[in-house]
Design a protein around this ligand. Structure first.
Ligand code: GTQ
Ligand code: FE2
Length: 354
């Protein structure tokens, strides 16, 4: 940077800069936001409130039919820091998806991996590689990289869920591929649970041969009733006011997918949790209860269905008067795999753990 002071005073140097530009070269010493002391966050702390988003989703449901081409009725969260790109964080898209009674979102597959966290309406079905998964609020459903998926709502009510995909990452990596249908046969009104659950959903027991052991979890759905029971038990056994669980691949034990980490958190009434800061971004959704989230310099009062962003390296703290259950999904596995995960516990000053 020191050398820039000669700019305009030294004709030879000016000539060099001109010739560099002609040759599609740029001097590192003039780049200002490249080798930064800490990441300049692209996405900013932000919260989408259910009371704003749900009515807009309902209007979209009435006005916009699901057609081939669009395929999905999805309101994408467009982070104000992302310059108008419809991404929630620098690696992830997030959205509210709504399906009316009798509607079908047709089959397709893509290299971006997705999770859904069900927020409203019981009995819609997502088929993942042909396996019909009935969904009720609080359930987590995976549609991993390149798995066929389609959504059916055979019920009389609208259903609404949170979608989160590693879409910004996949697009940045020039790795996006997409392929439409064939639609699977209609699963009918109430399939009796999925094959993936029957084979992989009993804790500690996995088939010796068959699927699993690949890059993503062969269990495509995690039931809220199970999450609820574990959180309850953890909090019952300790004096702390915060319990958390991680959704894991029952065969390999790691995260559910190579790019996304999912967790559920419960705070007792009057409880608080301080997460410090970490590289990587995350979406947090309130399932039940209420709370106040501090993310960087922002404060959000959150209620069920509200979703907020914790950008990379932003301090994050939660507190609640009435108690709260939250679901979170983030890109931590990518950071860990690439040696880019860095954490700073709360109150650690400038010291960070690598
Ligand atoms: O439900 O398959 O939010 O393909 C974005 C892309 C949801 C889906 C999204 C998708 C889907
Ligand atoms: Fe999709």
């Amino acid at each position: 940077v020191a050398t820039t002071r000669f700019q305009g005073e030294n004709p030879e140097l000016d000539g060099l800069y001109g010739d560099l530009a002609e040759a599609d070269l740029q001097p590192l010493w003039l780049q200002e936001r490249l080798l930064t002391a800490a990441p300049p966050q692209r996405s900013v702390p932000f919260c989408w409130k259910a009371k704003d988003v749900y009515p807009l989703a309902e209007r979209a449901r009435r006005l916009v039919p699901i057609e081939r081409g669009g395929d999905r009725r999805v309101l994408m969260f467009s982070n104000p820091g992302m310059g108008g790109w419809c991404m929630a964080t620098s690696t992830m898209s997030a959205a509210i998806q709504i399906l009316g009674p009798g509607e079908i979102a047709p089959a397709h597959r893509h290299t971006a991996a997705a999770i859904r966290f069900i927020l409203e309406g019981s009995g819609a079905v997502t088929l993942v590689d042909g396996d019909a998964i009935p969904m009720i609020p609080g359930d987590l459903v995976l549609t991993p990289n390149w798995t066929w998926h389609e959504h059916h709502n055979p019920t009389d009510e609208r259903v609404l869920w949170l979608d989160v995909l590693d879409l910004a990452l996949v697009i940045w990596l020039d790795a996006m591929f997409f392929e439409p249908g064939p639609d699977a046969p209609d699963p009918g009104p109430s399939p009796s649970g999925s094959t993936s659950e029957r084979r992989f959903g009993r804790s500690g027991i996995v088939p010796v041969s068959g699927a699993g052991g690949g890059a993503y979890s062969p269990l495509f759905v995690y039931r809220w009733s199970d999450v609820d029971a574990v959180l309850d038990d953890i909090l019952g056994g300790i004096a702390a006011h915060h319990a958390s669980v991680r959704y894991s691949d029952p065969v390999r034990g790691g995260d559910v997918m190579p790019t996304l980490r999912c967790e559920a958190h419960r705070l007792r009434p009057g409880g608080a949790a301080d997460f410090g800061r970490a590289t990587g971004s995350a979406m947090w959704t309130v399932f039940t209860g209420e709370g106040v989230a501090s993310v960087g310099d922002s404060t959000f009062e959150v209620e069920p269905g509200d979703t907020y962003v914790v950008p990379s390296w932003c301090p994050h703290r939660l507190e609640t008067a009435a108690g709260a259950d939250l679901f979170t999904v983030g890109d931590a596995p990518t950071f860990e795999a690439l040696g880019l995960m860095r954490r700073r516990p709360p109150d650690a000053g400038e010291r960070s753990e690598r």
